[in-house]
Ligand binder design. Structure first.
Ligand code: ZN
Ligand code: ZN
Length: 299
């Protein structure tokens, strides 16, 4: 299992290795004295994505996944040539791996060093090329890995698996594998940081008289009391029933918003009761003749 070394998106997507102003500087002014081309270079960081459920983000999960990545060619050990191939010092650069080019510029004559085009910086030529990798020393392979996704991870956060990226060159260490974790939306809960939001449907009588209602949480259902006279849109807090805090103690909260349900499909008894309710409050309601009345009248 790969270790997880830290989180966050601060990985360099362009990987280690050469490039940058330093090299340019060296090229123009002849610094470095050559030989750098043969030095160890760290492999590139690679990126992949995975998505998990909110439940998995709540619990934390060990997830197996596959990734296609460059690996050192198994047939030549990453050298690009068979072990028994004849080696010859590159005549172009005399084994230096770099050649010097003299250029006329407005500033005068400038010596510019470049990677030897013939041996590609290797300094050595080989009689044979590895047929498996075509000489570049690496092949694309599908690897199956496991990563520990910590409880409380948020959508879009990145896990870093150390040394699971591209192989280094000339003995350099491997790059890292960066995994961006997406969290699927949930049918019941809306997440806001470490808090969760839930809309609870409450019947009209329960909202009027108050009740204990069952609320689903990621930790199983809990009972919640709503006061008599609760209005639609009123919000209750269930402390500690949100998401666990990543690498911290405790959890966020769950916010429950009550949605009072207007009754539909009333039977005649319910209809009469509501009519009486309205009349008792001095309200005049126009009641359309319902299904049951129609049936009753037809007898
Ligand atoms: Zn050469
Ligand atoms: Zn090979």
């Amino acid at each position: 299992m790969g270790g997880m070394g830290g989180m966050g998106g601060q990985g360099n997507p362009f990987g280690g290795g050469g490039g940058g102003m330093g090299d340019l500087f060296d090229q123009f002014f002849g610094g470095g004295g050559g030989g750098q081309q043969n030095g160890p270079r760290q492999g590139q960081d690679l990126r992949t994505r995975m998505s998990i459920s909110l439940e998995a983000a709540y619990e934390g999960i060990t997830r197996e996944f596959t990734v296609t990545r460059p690996e050192a060619c198994p047939d030549c050990d990453g050298d690009g040539h068979p072990p028994d191939a004849d080696a010859q010092t590159c005549p172009e650069c005399n084994g230096q791996g770099q050649t010097t080019r003299v250029q006329q510029t407005p500033l005068g004559r400038v010596q510019q060093r470049q990677t030897c085009p013939r041996c590609e910086g290797d300094g050595t030529l080989y009689s044979e090329t590895c047929s498996t990798c075509g000489g570049n020393g690496r092949v694309q392979r599908e690897a199956t890995l496991q990563v520990d996704v910590p409880a409380g991870i948020r959508d879009g956060q990145t896990l870093r698996m150390s040394s699971e990226g591209a192989p280094g060159e000339n003995g350099g260490r491997k790059g890292d594998l960066l995994i961006e974790v997406g969290i699927d939306s949930h049918p019941d809960f809306e997440r806001d940081g470490d808090d969760l939001h839930y809309d609870a449907a409450v019947s009209f009588p329960k909202a009027v008289f108050g009740a204990s209602i069952e609320i689903p949480t990621l930790d199983g259902p809990v009972e919640m009391d709503i006061d008599s006279g609760t209005q639609s849109g009123e919000r209750f807090r269930l402390k500690g029933k949100g998401m666990p805090r990543l690498r911290g103690r405790g959890s966020g909260d769950m916010y429950v918003t009550v949605q009072v349900v207007t009754p539909t499909d009333l039977d005649s008894e319910q209809r009469e009761a509501l009519e009486q309710f309205a009349e008792a409050g001095g309200e005049e309601v126009e009641v359309e003749e319902g299904f049951f009345e129609k049936i009753k009248r037809s007898f």
